[in-house]
Design a binder for this molecule. Structure first.
Ligand code: GSH
Length: 203
């Protein structure tokens, strides 16, 4: 088994943190996204989307999509559980994971692509679109803060993949899109401090 990875990829980091939480070690091969290595014919034959993370199995087959890769490891090694433990708990994790993907990560990506100089030659950057999506990010962060006023972790009293997705997204938003959570969101700040202190967050 092998994990195709790139250190600066927020999606690949999700898998690295997930594996660290479960203390699973998988050999890693770095794909240098900055130099287009995910778009070589060789890599595209593994993942036609040209993206990491990508998991290679020993039989020569592949699994893409960060959450699907995490799901595979959850089933292969259920402990500690990171996708919830009860019918309601699993559904809560799914709800928050969807919200992070669609209402936080997606707009962060738009802001990044429409403001970062590295994208300038690749698409027509639209400042108004970036502003609109930045407002969506602000709204989503406030929703997370309100949720975290009620509980220790996003989906309840247990750390889950929803927290991993939120952590990777928020730190990517700061580093890549220059969006910093308002310090007045004190529940979000407290949660961030706690999850960033977990050893897995260094992954
Ligand atoms: N939905 C995919 C997204 C994967 C993705 O967008 N990966 C980025 C790095 S964060 C990538 O490989 N980009 C290279 C490219 O698209 O050329 C997942 O969750 O794994």
């Amino acid at each position: 088994m092998k994990l195709y990875d790139y250190s600066r990829s927020p999606n690949a980091r999700r898998v690295r943190i997930f594996l660290a939480e479960k203390a699973i070690e998988v050999p890693v091969e770095t794909v240098d996204l900055a130099h287009g290595e995910s778009h070589t014919p060789s890599f595209l034959s593994k993942n036609p989307l040209g993206q990491v993370p990508l998991l290679e199995f020993d039989d020569g087959t592949y699994l893409a999509e960060s959450v699907a890769i995490c799901r595979y490891f959850e089933e292969a090694q259920p402990s500690p559980p990171l996708f919830g433990t009860t019918a309601r708990g699993r559904a809560e994790v799914e709800m928050w994971a969807r919200r992070i993907e669609l209402s936080l990560f997606a707009p962060v990506l738009v802001v990044w692509k429409h403001t970062d100089p590295s994208w300038a030659g690749r698409l027509p950057q639209v400042a108004a679109l970036a502003d609109m999506e930045r407002a969506r990010v602000t709204q989503s962060l406030a929703i997370l803060d309100a949720a975290l006023a009620q509980r220790e972790f996003l989906a309840g009293d247990r750390f889950s993949i929803a927290d991993i997705l939120a952590l990777c997204t928020i730190e990517f938003a700061c580093e890549a899109a220059n969006i910093w959570p308002d310090p007045k969101l004190e529940h979000l700040a407290g949660w961030h401090e706690a999850v960033a202190r977990r050893p897995s967050a260094r992954a």
